[in-house]
Design a protein around this ligand. Structure first.
Ligand SMILES: [Zn+2]
Ligand SMILES: [Zn+2]
Length: 124
């Protein structure tokens, strides 16, 4: 994952993604269900987050026309830490550690297999 991208994320995101569009809302919702309504890093359930789960881009390749694999569900503190715009309190989960990144990689592989399976079943 390219961390240099994170700092410019918010600006680019606001410029290109229509937060209110039905398409975006539906995609976000689908991704949340896929992620079990939890933060993909610390596993915190969405209902315990002040403003619910947030959506983070893994890639901007399809900005404005995202694929479900382009985004992930994250809690506010993991999101802030990922984009280096928040200082974590002691004891808070840090998604930037090599261990966290390794776990995340495994998780993504698993989810992508689930998506591949869905895709091939749809083709029948
Ligand atoms: Zn989290
Ligand atoms: Zn983000």
């Amino acid at each position: 994952m390219d961390t240099s991208d994170y700092s410019t994320h918010s600006k680019r995101y606001k410029k290109h993604v229509d937060y209110e569009s039905e398409e975006w809302t539906a995609l976000k919702q689908r991704r949340r269900e896929l992620d079990g309504n939890r933060c993909v890093f610390c596993g915190r359930p969405g209902f315990t987050c002040r403003n619910g789960l947030q959506t983070h881009h893994l890639t901007y390749e399809r900005l404005g026309h995202e694929d479900i694999r382009d985004i992930i569900s994250v809690c506010g503190s993991c999101h802030g830490a990922l984009e280096n715009r928040m200082v974590l309190k002691p004891g808070q989960y840090d998604p930037r550690t090599p261990e966290a990144q390794e776990r995340f990689k495994d998780y993504l592989e698993y989810i992508n297999r689930v998506l591949d399976k869905e895709g091939s079943e749809k083709g029948d």
